[in-house]
Design a protein around this ligand. Structure first.
Ligand SMILES: [Zn+2]
Ligand SMILES: [Zn+2]
Length: 163
C-alpha cells in the first residue's frame, strides 16, 4: 500500500512513487509463482481532474515459472509496464487514500505473462509413461508403451495451464 493522498486531493498533481512489492509470489488460478531478485516498482500517478487519474507503472520482475515440458522452475523475466487513464471510482486498486501496488502489479503482470516457458529450447521433457526427466537420460520405457490413462492426465494438465 502506498499513500497517495497528495495526488487524490490536488487536481493537476503528479507524483512518482518508488516502492517494493510486499508479496514474494504471484498467485493465479493456474498456479503460484515465486518472485526472485529485485521487486522494485515505479509508479507515476497524476490527478488529471474530473475524478480521473493517469496511472503509469514499471517493474523489471523475475519470476520462477515451470518449464512447459519438464516442469523445472525457470527464472523468467517479467517486464511489467503500463500507462492508462482511470476513473477514480472505478479502479479497484485504490482503498481510501492508498494505492494497492501489489494487487495492481499482480494483475498487470498477467498481460506480459509468457505463453510458454522452456528451461532450454531442446528440453526433452518428462517420460509420459513413468514421469522420468528425459534430460537426465533415457528411462527404459519405449514411446510406444504410452499408457493411455497417463496420456489423458497429461492432456488435462496441459489444458489447465492455459489462461
Ligand atoms: Zn525443461
Ligand atoms: Zn519412462
Amino acid at each position: 500500500m502506498v499513500d497517495i493522498t497528495d495526488v487524490l486531493l490536488n487536481e493537476g498533481k503528479r507524483s512518482e512513487y518508488v516502492t517494493s512489492l510486499q508479496t514474494d509470489r504471484f498467485s493465479y488460478r493456474f498456479g503460484k509463482f515465486p518472485l526472485v531478485g529485485d521487486r522494485t516498482v515505479r509508479i507515476v500517478l497524476e490527478n488529471i481532474g474530473d475524478k480521473k487519474l493517469l496511472l503509469e507503472g514499471e517493474a523489471s520482475l523475475t519470476v520462477m515459472i515451470p518449464c512447459a515440458r519438464c516442469l523445472k522452475p525457470v527464472k523468467t523475466a517479467l517486464p511489467v509496464q503500463f500507462s492508462y487513464e482511470t476513473e477514480l471510482e472505478e479502479t479497484e486498486y485504490i482503498d481510501g487514500y492508498n494505492l494497492n501496488v501489489d494487487q495492481l502489479i499482480h494483475d498487470e503482470s498477467l498481460l506480459v505473462w509468457p505463453e510458454r516457458v522452456l528451461c532450454r529450447e531442446d528440453c526433452k521433457g518428462l517420460c509420459s509413461s513413468c514421469g522420468h526427466d528425459l534430460n537426465e537420460g533415457p528411462c527404459g520405457c519405449s514411446a510406444t508403451e504410452l499408457d493411455p490413462r497417463m496420456a489423458k492426465i497429461l492432456d488435462i494438465f496441459n489444458n489447465s495451464k492455459e489462461v
